[in-house]
Design a protein around this ligand. Structure first.
Ligand SMILES: NC(=O)c1ccc[n+]([C@@H]2O[C@H](COP(=O)([O-])OP(=O)(O)OC[C@H]3O[C@@H](n4cnc5c(N)ncnc54)[C@H](O)[C@@H]3O)[C@@H](O)[C@H]2O)c1
Length: 742
């Protein structure tokens, strides 16, 4: 057996290798006496395999070695298996519990960040793809043996192999998520995948950046065989020998049925039209990469192979240099930064949770905990919400099993971890106690005292999901106040990606670390915020919705206000948002905010008027819009009456006025939060508001948006608005200072 890489070559096989041994550090190539080569994409001790410039160079050298070995013509290379690092061979690895497996997570995102010239991007695409193409040039069959993440460039490499054999393991995922970083797959992915599985499925995967679990990948035709993880290499070997025995490379694969008709005949125009329509809708229109990817996929079916590859490389070059890609890459690094918060010293694991209050939030949070492996008890004073909570979880699980994202036995295990009761009982065996009862300080203080009386351990996290009350106030009188913390989920908790971790006056670092770890385990991004009215998200949202209400009173239509914000890139306009959260909640929150910031946050009178008229929004059968969100709601009459009582003629604000009055104060409020120490870094503002209120991701976050817009421009306009419309617009000193400093 000859080995290039970290282990030494044996004399027998070394004699067959034509050139001097390769000194490879990142990939490992072993050629057995039986002619079976194994190319490992990373060293055994590498937990993360990405395609860096160095790794691609070593892959190139390894492929050259295989090609020259084959050129000997002595039949000593029969087949090649490409696979990830061997975690069982890592120094100190426990063979029974090896580290998580990994095939390849794709291109190094640092590289994507650094490329600013389209030509450099195109050259990088050509370079990577031409290395992978060498696997196709080999006469010997090449089998990808995949376990763990196989994403982006990793899957593109696997698509140059003749077959893909995959381990049916929980950590295995396959996909081409490049559009999420504002680029297109550039190493042949759009071409090879489209030809392999047909246009409709390829578009669905590539344009949406979808990731597939092994079974889904098998069904869609991306992979060829699924095996238990212990059999991965054996099965890959079997397939390799079968092809080698037949003297064949890739086995013939033909598109059939709909995949054939919508790919290989003029009927593909139907698939293209449907994809174009989806890309023109909603926020998709702000992202150029999916449109480019569509063009590339089409080229795979209409152009010669080399030309298709060239179109793809050019598209990658064009996309990688866009501001949108740079913004999305910036956000990617911010999400990685937040994930690391879950690994801080002192963070403990939550195994057993108790959630009090089974309403909208409590039910969602408890269900999520159970789904992510925590034994969870949900308790409420009434049985009805608990029954609804059980049904809600069942519906979620049914959906997951129907879409084959979960097996039936896994769904059953989740239900087994989820218990409901109207009796709290003993809390001795609890790591996390979290309340989601009514928003009332006295009630929250009382239930916390009760939890302590029921034997909650001193080191269990005592958490509140409050959206506006003081965590510090809840710490008063609670033994060990250092573990009292706010863990603020957003509605619906299953979907919303942000969790504000609220540090009260006495909260200690271990509690913050544990809450962050919990949030990350639940698939959320934690942002640590100091205890202050509205925390970060609701504080920034308050002036935004308040101003929308004032614009309504002045005469702007809900449709025009919402359209301006949708055109800015928000996922929903403020008027529809008010209907969704309810005018009662808006009124309550705005009172709290007014109490804390009387100068700037005086609530618009529309809130109280809507509450009085019981036009609360969707929960009451309609607000500004109808009950189902369509047409005019009963709140329009309330609005009309208020407008009449003002006695001033209605005035529809222009697009630019709407944008400046709604978005610039949001910028000002965000910088105030930073300067007051609510959050530590501008990054928290960027990520927090993208994840919390849907601030357009293509801007890269609010501080990047503000700098692009020009801080001086924003300050000047806010000053002007303050002179004309009131001091609420006056920019803070921090924003002024930054505008001067540039
Ligand atoms: N709804 C949202 O959008 C949202 C978002 C973030 C945070 N929050 C916060 O989450 C908390 C809960 O909000 P919600 O919308 O889920 O409320 P909800 O009214 O839907 O549910 C509250 C539940 O608590 C139960 N309850 C009341 N007092 C109780 C007690 N003493 N013991 C046990 N159960 C009790 C009620 O029966 C009800 O089922 C509030 O603090 C709210 O501010 C709400």
């Amino acid at each position: 057996m000859s080995t290039t890489g970290s282990s030494a070559a044996t004399p027998t096989a070394a004699a067959k290798v034509p050139a001097a041994p390769l000194a490879l550090e990142r990939v490992q190539l072993t050629i057995g006496d039986d002619g079976m080569a194994v190319l490992r994409l990373g060293r055994a001790d590498e937990g993360m395999v990405t395609l860096t410039v160095e790794r691609i160079a070593e892959l190139d050298a390894a492929c050259d070695r295989l090609l020259s070995h084959e050129a000997l013509g002595d039949g000593s290379l029969r087949a090649v298996i490409v696979t990830g690092p061997d975690p069982t061979a890592a120094p100190g690895a426990d063979a029974r519990r090896p580290g998580a497996a990994m095939f390849c997570a794709g291109a190094d995102v640092n590289l994507i960040r650094e490329v600013t010239d389209p030509q450099d991007g195109e050259a990088a695409a050509v370079r990577g793809r031409s290395v992978f193409e060498k696997l196709r040039r080999l006469r010997a069959p090449v089998i990808a043996a995949i376990e763990g993440p196989c994403l982006g460039g990793g899957l593109e490499l696997a698509l140059f192999c003749d077959l893909r054999v995959v381990a049916d393991a929980p950590g295995t995922q396959l996909g081409l998520p490049e559009v999420k970083l504002g680029i297109v797959p550039g190493f042949g992915g759009t071409q090879n995948l489209t030809r392999l599985i047909g246009l409709p499925k390829a578009l669905d995967l590539i344009l949406n950046g979808k990731l597939l679990r092994p079974k889904q990948a098998l069904r869609s035709g991306v992979i060829d065989r699924l095996v238990p993880r212990s059999k991965l290499l054996t099965a890959a070997r079997e397939e390799a020998l079968k092809l080698a025995g037949d003297g064949r490379k890739a086995p013939p694969r033909r598109l059939r049925g709909q995949a054939f008709w919508l790919s290989r005949t003029p009927l593909r125009a139907l698939a293209v039209r449907a994809a174009r329509k989806a890309l023109a809708k909603g926020q998709a229109r702000f992202y150029p990469a999916p449109g480019e990817a569509l063009r590339c996929c089409l080229a795979a079916l209409t152009m010669p192979v080399a030309q298709g590859f060239a179109v793809e490389a050019k598209a990658l070059g064009a996309m990688i240099a866009t501001d949108v890609s740079k913004a999305l890459v910036h956000l990617f690094f911010l999400t990685e930064r937040q994930k690391r918060l879950g690994k801080q010293d002192g963070a403990r694991d939550v195994q057993r949770a108790f959630v009090l209050g089974g309403g909208v939030m409590g039910a969602g949070i408890a269900g999520l905990l159970a789904q992510k492996g925590t034994a969870t008890r949900l308790c409420d004073v009434a049985m009805a919400p608990l029954q609804r909570a059980k049904q809600r979880l069942q519906a979620t699980l049914d959906k997951q099993t129907k879409r084959r994202r979960m097996e039936r036995h896994e769904a059953q295990a989740v239900q087994d971890r989820f218990a409901v009761s109207t009796e709290a009982g003993s809390l001795r065996d609890t790591d996390l106690w979290l309340e989601a009862v009514v928003e009332d300080l006295a009630v929250k203080q009382k239930v916390m005292q009760d939890a302590v009386a029921r034997g909650l351990p001193d080191d269990a996290l005592l958490a509140t999901n409050t959206s506006s009350l003081s965590v510090t106030a809840m710490q008063q009188g609670v033994p060990h106040p250092e573990r009292v913390i706010g863990v603020h989920f957003f509605n619906p908790p299953e979907k919303m990606p942000l969790v504000e971790v609220i540090r009260g006056r006495d909260t200690d670092d271990a509690a913050v670390a544990t809450a962050c770890r919990l949030a990350v385990r639940l698939g959320k991004f934690p942002v640590v915020v100091r205890d202050s009215a509205g925390f970060l998200v609701n504080r920034c949202l308050a002036p935004y919705v308040n101003e929308a209400a004032r614009l309504l009173l002045e005469g702007s239509s809900p449709e025009s206000i919402d359209a301006a914000m949708l055109d800015f890139g928000m996922p929903m306009g403020p008027c529809r948002l008010l209907d969704e959260i309810g005018f009662d909640v808006a009124a309550k929150v705005s009172e709290v905010m007014h109490g804390a910031f009387p100068e700037r946050m005086q609530p618009c009178e529309l809130f109280a008027a809507m509450v009085e008229a019981k036009a609360l929004g969707q929960k009451s059968g309609g607000g500004l819009f109808g009950a189902n969100g369509k047409g005019d709601g009963p709140g329009r009459a309330v609005l009309a009456a208020l407008r009449r009582s003002r006695g001033t003629p209605a005035r529809q604000a222009s697009r630019s006025e709407l944008l400046q009055r709604l978005v610039y104060p949001l910028v000002d409020e965000a910088f105030r939060c930073l300067d007051e120490g609510l959050v530590e870094h501008e990054h928290d503002l960027d990520l927090g508001l993208v994840m919390g209120i849907g601030f357009p991701p293509f801007t890269g976050g609010i501080t990047r948006f503000a700098r692009r817009e020009g801080l001086a421009t924003i300050v000047a306009r806010l000053d002007e608005l303050a002179r004309g419309l009131g001091t609420r617009f006056r920019p803070c000193d921090g924003l002024r200072r930054r505008a001067i400093d540039g």
